[in-house]
Design a protein around this ligand. Structure first.
Ligand SMILES: Cc1cc2nc3c(=O)[nH]c(=O)nc-3n(C[C@H](O)[C@H](O)[C@H](O)COP(=O)(O)OP(=O)(O)OC[C@H]3O[C@@H](n4cnc5c(N)ncnc54)[C@H](O)[C@@H]3O)c2cc1C
Length: 522
């Protein structure tokens, strides 16, 4: 993973000259005055951990699993939001942890937490490091240092209960590794977020993740039937049955808790048979509201496809055009729906036929498999393009929200207006990314010219969007989580009483407050 960007440097995407010209003409994008910092130019604070803490941690997990070299510290600094990348590109390593600790078992995780609580050292649980909400930056004040607790060594497929279709997997498995291990036994999780290549199972559970195939397989929460969690006060072992009436479901308290309540050390997850058939196709709707109505029809009438998403007019135009056509297209492209089906041949045929009937009844025009296959082929490529756009002087960032169907048009307009009012004339694209019988999520991508202070520029736009989402009745996040970036908006969403409930839980599980301080709970 690139320390100041996304993914495998070999997959870096070059911006075609027509795109560069368009960015300049349409958005006023100019190349940044200063080149991005090199690895050696990153300014790191001196490691604050005492030799006593370092040696105690080393004697617990082994010296080679406690790292405080620049490489380890820089690679565990922040996550992968655009402000995170802009700060790294500016050489700002101020949020680096003092050390990175890699425990190899649940017992070692528990011991690391005990040692850190005793010495008042803050602990940031670290999975794939792909958080986009500031979930990996601990507040330092009042602590004797910060360690990143990287779960990379907890990376086994522990067992499969074939009768129940439940697999026990460790949290440090990255999604492709997990899929490979399961595929060898004929199964899949079906969880394919855009961060698939690098994010981990523990991170999915801790951040409330949702994959691109959520219409068919469900969100990651829906897959979790059990988990083991190490906390500074002991171990939580949760989940004896798919559902239970034995009081409130404590699994729900850990899902989305972003490392603030404990470290997930094992997950019991629902698995499905690996699909024999995968097919994706495109549909065109004349306008976004018509497409939204059609998706609602499919989600409410069922059966659901595996993938169902709808791009608005702008996103459709940018996605469909070849680089040399961008900015010259005059024909109304309408709005593109991608419908995908995974499963047995019979099941795919049945769901496809039923979905097609609803989509065409609601005014959709079938475009055949080509747009669907193009989408499937490029589904993980956008983050690489972001790096090239940042280097060219454009800020590109994404954000997401959700609400009930009746509020969706208002929410869509509110976010677009907030972005436009705060950024001048940005390019704002949106798609309906996840659908339910009762509502849906909206995923926005915005591109604008970088100002002299691109981080400040984005932060003020994001504040305006957060306010707009709150006023329009949306949730501050459907699947990216809260982190530090959404903490205040989240507090408004759940109210003072809600915040005090979470504080109470935190106090009980983590009395010294060492776990991810400053994240999730104000
Ligand atoms: C390019 C890009 C595309 C993305 N696309 C999607 C998408 O399609 N869908 C989606 O849902 N998200 C997406 N995300 C957001 C991100 O990938 C998810 O939030 C993901 O769940 C984070 O997983 P991770 O392993 O990288 O976790 P990290 O970033 O390492 O951690 C995320 C949070 O969980 C905590 N944590 C991590 N592991 C544990 C653990 N074992 N126990 C307790 N706490 C833990 C961390 O402290 C942090 O607060 C995207 C991000 C990027 C950069």
């Amino acid at each position: 993973m690139l320390w100041s960007g996304w993914g495998d440097p070999a997959k870096a995407a070059e911006l075609p000259p027509p795109v560069r010209r368009l960015l300049a003409d349409l958005l006023g994008v100019r190349a940044p005055e200063r080149p991005a910092a090199t690895f050696g130019e990153v300014r790191l604070p001196a490691s604050a951990l005492s030799p006593l803490v370092l040696s105690t941690l080393s004697s617990m997990v082994g010296g080679e699993h406690v790292r405080f070299d620049d490489d380890a510290r820089i690679r565990h600094t922040r996550g992968k939001s655009t402000p995170d990348l802009l700060r790294m590109r500016a050489g700002d390593g101020a949020d680096a942890p003092d050390a990175v600790v890699l425990p190899g078992s649940h017992a070692e995780v528990a011991e690391v937490l005990r040692i850190c609580a005793e010495h008042r050292v803050a602990v940031v649980p670290f999975g794939g490091g792909t958080s986009v909400v500031g979930g990996l930056v601990a507040a330092r004040k009042g602590f004797a240092g910060v360690v990143a607790l990287d779960v990379a060594r907890l990376n086994r497929l522990v067992s499969i209960d074939a009768e129940s279709m439940v697999a026990e997997l460790e949290p440090g498995l990255r999604a492709p590794q997990a899929e490979q291990l399961l595929a060898a036994r004929g199964y899949t999780l079906g969880h394919f977020p855009q961060s698939f290549e690098y994010a981990t199972l523990g991170g999915f559970a801790a951040a409330g993740s949702s994959g691109q195939a959520s219409a068919g397989y469900g969100r990651f929460d829906d897959l979790v039937v059990g988990m083991t969690v190490a906390t500074p006060r002991g171990t939580l072992d949760l989940g004896r049955a798919p559902k239970s009436a034995a009081g409130p479901d404590l699994r729900q308290l850990i899902l989305g808790s972003e490392g603030a309540f404990g470290v997930i050390t094992s997950l019991r997850l629902r698995v499905r048979p690996a699909p024999a058939v995968r097919m994706y196709e495109g549909w065109r709707f004349a306008a976004f509201p018509a497409g939204v109505a059609a998706l609602r029809g499919v989600a409410q009438e069922g059966p659901a496809p595996t993938v169902l998403r709808l791009s608005d007019e702008t996103e459709t135009m940018v996605g469909l055009a070849r680089p040399e056509e961008l900015g010259t297209l005059t024909a109304e492209p309408g709005c593109l729906v991608i419908a995908g089906y995974e499963g047995t041949p019979g099941d795919v045929a049945y769901r496809r036929e039923r979905t097609a009937a609803t989509l065409s009844e609601m005014g959709g025009v079938p475009l055949g498999p080509e747009p669907g296959e193009k989408w499937a082929h490029g589904r993980y490529s956008a983050p690489y393009l972001r790096d090239s756009l940042l280097a060219a002087g454009a800020t590109v960032e994404t954000l997401e929200t959700a609400c009930f169907w009746s509020g969706l048009p208002r929410l869509y307009e509110a976010v677009r207006q907030a972005l436009t009012a705060s950024l001048g004339s940005p390019l704002v694209m949106c798609h309906v990314s996840h659908v339910y019988a009762t509502g849906a999520s909206l995923y926005f991508t915005v591109v604008t010219a970088q100002s002299e202070d691109p981080v400040g520029q984005w932060e003020s736009a994001k504040r305006a969007v957060n306010d707009a989402i709150g006023l329009a009745g949306g949730t501050i996040s459907h699947h990216h989580g809260v982190g530090r970036d959404h903490r205040d908006a989240f507090a408004l969403e759940i109210g003072d009483l809600g915040v005090s409930v979470l504080r109470g839980v935190k106090e009980r599980l983590d009395p010294a407050g060492i776990l991810n301080p400053g994240v999730l709970i104000p």
